[in-house]
Design a protein around this ligand. Structure first.
Ligand SMILES: Cc1cc2nc3c(=O)[nH]c(=O)nc-3n(C[C@H](O)[C@H](O)[C@H](O)COP(=O)(O)OP(=O)(O)OC[C@H]3O[C@@H](n4cnc5c(N)ncnc54)[C@H](O)[C@@H]3O)c2cc1C
Length: 527
């Protein structure tokens, strides 16, 4: 049995962040990560992250067939390497809005309002050109403009302005609404994951042990206190380590609840059904699952210019060399270069985010459409649908039973309908019409009626890869963690990842998860 102060389970966005802060403070930390190291070149070249999805450095969770999504399964990839999601994501740096966090506070997350979380966002951030009340310049997390902007992205930004979405240079400033280019978690033309930033800063310290290829199966208890973890390595060997202070679960919204359930913390009836001894009856573990969904609107472009169509033969070699030698050119693109936020529900708080890709993008379920084009993806920001994860078996390697709940709330379908209609208007605006020859999907036939478009939405909506909420934070007894992220009903255990969000924020989730980890480190170190 090895002994540490803290054991961090999962070396993802949150895991690398909190590890860094604890190690800097002189604590002895063991970081255990299931996946391999982040040493694939496709992680570090921003434009090639799509190649990592489906590789051994990702894991794809498949939901049960969802009746409200035309009987389809939702396929949710997650990072499985150092850096986790921050090593395979699209690098879009978005925090959400002040109202999101004020909503958290109103839901019982005392101390998590905007005024309290903004300092943690700033502490994390090292922005290349913005400072002042909204931005940090000295944190580990490098935030930059990308070095490459594709003509189709530029055309989208202009077309969106022609449809009433004003140019916005900073979606993380006082106003979220508008269209423009995303700031990205990149630096010097390469990905700035939490492994490449936070973890890299402390990797050589003697008080840190980082182990990859370690799948944590269970927590070890002494009475009701978590005192360590048990894991298995790829060769089938079992190992254990002891945490003198705390165990911190950072395995993400689809894995953290599984570890809790297998360790006897969860809905008592579910645990007994699987023959697991109940340590603490926590009915909400695995409940409250939320994710962002989007529906692609595709247009074919007049010239063969889309971003990823250029990566073969001589052009691929040239792009590769340019990146290797100069860290410039097309491979520095994060692909999702441009986008925007729109209010389509009559309110003043954006309810739709556009992710725009200068390529006809596919997904886990579908091959991309052939040829060249643009994908304008409207995403509903505050979905009301809820899902859950639960144990299908007590076998640690068995997949969870995953009900995503996609589109089970009618308001979500109505929201996406408004988003798709606005995306189509933008596709037809003058600046995009100069480069787009035809609309591909949804098919022009769906113009005829909302019913046809809704059918399309139910059969094509896909995840934006933002699962959250399965270990809800709150002040009530049913919450899985309290506002200091301690697991209710037991001792020595915190959760620090996307699973603690009581409700999904209005935007991409990586920066908010890093903020959560910064705050968790503060709670621990200031205690
Ligand atoms: C393809 C993709 C694109 C995305 N694009 C963006 C984007 O552009 N911008 C943005 O803000 N957000 C984006 N996101 C979302 C964002 O990256 C995630 O919300 C964030 O990374 C979640 O952080 P986390 O710490 O909760 O979990 P993760 O970063 O997923 O970390 C969990 C880690 O725990 C490990 N783990 C799991 N189970 C175990 C176990 N039993 N034992 C040991 N280790 C374990 C995993 O391997 C993983 O490394 C994207 C996500 C994906 C997958």
């Amino acid at each position: 049995m090895q002994h540490y102060d803290y054991i961090v389970v999962g070396g993802g966005s949150a895991g690398c962040t909190i590890t860094c802060r604890l190690v800097e403070a002189g604590k002895r930390v063991l970081l255990l990560e299931d996946g391999p190291p982040d040493n694939s070149p496709f992680i570090h070249m921003p434009a090639t992250f799509i190649k990592v999805i489906g590789s051994e450095r990702s894991v794809i969770y498949h939901s049960e067939p969802q009746a409200s999504a035309a009987g389809r399964r939702m396929h949710v990839p997650q990072g499985r390497t150092l850096g986790g999601g921050s090593s395979i994501n699209a690098m879009v740096y978005i925090r959400g809005t002040a109202a999101d966090y004020d909503d958290w506070a109103a839901q019982g997350c005392t101390g998590w309002g905007w005024e309290q979380v903004l300092p943690a966002f700033k502490k994390a951030e090292n922005h290349m050109r913005l400072s002042g009340p909204y931005h940090g310049t000295e944190g580990p997390l490098r935030v930059s403009d990308t070095r490459y902007r594709h003509p189709l992205s530029l055309a989208f930004v202009k077309a969106a302005q022609e449809c009433g979405l004003p140019y916005n240079d900073d979606f993380n400033g006082p106003v979220q609404q508008g269209s423009g280019f995303f700031h990205t978690t990149t630096f010097n033309g390469q990905r700035g994951s939490t492994a490449a930033t936070y973890l890299a800063a402390v990797r050589q310290r003697d008080n840190l042990q980082v182990r990859t290829g370690c799948y944590v199966e269970k927590l070890l208890w002494q009475g009701r206190r978590a005192v360590g973890v048990a894991w298995r390595t790829a060769d089938g060997q079992h190992h254990q380590a002891h945490a003198g202070a705390e165990v911190i679960l950072c395995a993400g919204a689809l894995s953290t609840p599984k570890i809790l359930l297998l360790s006897g913390v969860g809905p008592a009836a579910q645990l007994r059904e699987q023959g697991i001894e109940v340590l603490h009856d926590a009915p909400e573990v695995g409940q409250n699952y939320q994710d962002h969904l989007e529906v692609s609107v595709y247009g074919r472009c007049r010239e063969p210019i889309s971003l990823l169509g250029q990566e073969r033969g001589f052009k691929a070699l040239r792009n590769g060399l340019q990146w290797q030698l100069l860290r410039s050119g097309l491979l520095t693109s994060n692909v999702v270069e441009s986008g925007g936020f729109a209010c389509t529900d009559g309110g003043s708080r954006p309810d739709i985010q556009f992710h725009v890709l200068p390529v006809l993008v596919g997904d886990v379920e579908r091959e991309p459409l052939p040829g060249h084009g643009i994908s304008i993806n409207p995403c509903l920001l505050r979905p009301k649908s809820r899902g859950s994860v639960s144990l299908a078996s007590a076998d640690v390697r068995a997949p969870l039973r995953f009900v995503s709940g996609a589109l089970s709330h009618e308001d979500d379908v109505a929201g996406l309908l408004r988003g798709v209609k606005l995306a189509r208007r933008i596709l037809r605006a003058a600046s995009l019409q100069q480069v787009i020859s035809e609309e591909l999907l949804p098919s022009p036939a769906t113009q005829a009626s909302d019913a046809l478009l809704i059918e399309h939405i139910r059969s094509h909506a896909k995840t934006v890869y933002h699962p959250v909420g399965t270990c809800r934070m709150g002040s009530d007894a049913a919450a899985v963690v309290n506002p200091r992220l301690q697991v209710n009903g037991v001792e020595g255990l915190r959760i620090c990842d996307a699973s603690i969000m009581p409700s999904i924020i209005s935007g991409n989730t990586n920066a908010p998860v890093i903020m959560i980890a910064e705050r968790c480190a503060d709670f621990i170190l200031q205690a």
